[in-house]
Design a protein. Sequence first.
Length: 253
Amino acid sequence: MTEFLITFAWGVPLIFAILQFGMLYRTKATLNDATFRAARAGSLNHAYTADMKSALVRGMMPDNYRVAPGETPGLVDYEAEMLKHVLAYQTTHALGAKVEVTSPTQAVFSQLAKPAWVLEPCTGSACPHGGKFREVSGNRRPYQIPNDNLKQRPTTAISAGGTAMNVQDANLLSVRTMWCQEMTVPVINALVWESLDLFGGFGGPGDWLRCKTYGALHGGYHLPLSAHSVIRMQTPIRCEGNVTANRNCKNLK
């Protein structure tokens, strides 16, 4: 009995801790894949963070999808749950996930972005040469970092915010994600979280505060997990929320 009590005192918490950190490792692996999916969505949608965040939430579904005991998982239920999660992380759960573009920066965009030539449909005499399209007016042309014919473009680097970068470098989208993951193993979740909070948290101060606030709103003990991904842009990078200008972009910092 004495040996059992001694072993029980540290053996059971150790098993719980192994279980909890194993679950966090699985979530981190899922987050790595979801971050690549988010970066891929950004490369196809002008580096807009709204599209990337939706892709991130969708990519995290394998770690968050649950069915009641005895029920059979179905594709329709999975898609419905996915859409519900995407909507939640846009509204009530907005603090629980974040996507930020780490490169290019706002300073680089301001120097390299140029107004793009864009056509719009037209009819009648307003169309030049009897065609069906015309160029948009100058104040409606979107600013964007050129994405076409990169091999033929000058490789001259510009200095912006302490970073030397040319237009080819600026077309490499670098993305960082953050996900607030709840620890669900009893006792260990509170012990780990309280210990980390005592020493200032885990990860960046901003991430810890974000997940701490998220936990206060929705309950539970949440750890901030982060991942990075780099991908070549397939569409021109544009200024989210201010597309006809090259400043105050929601997707760039």
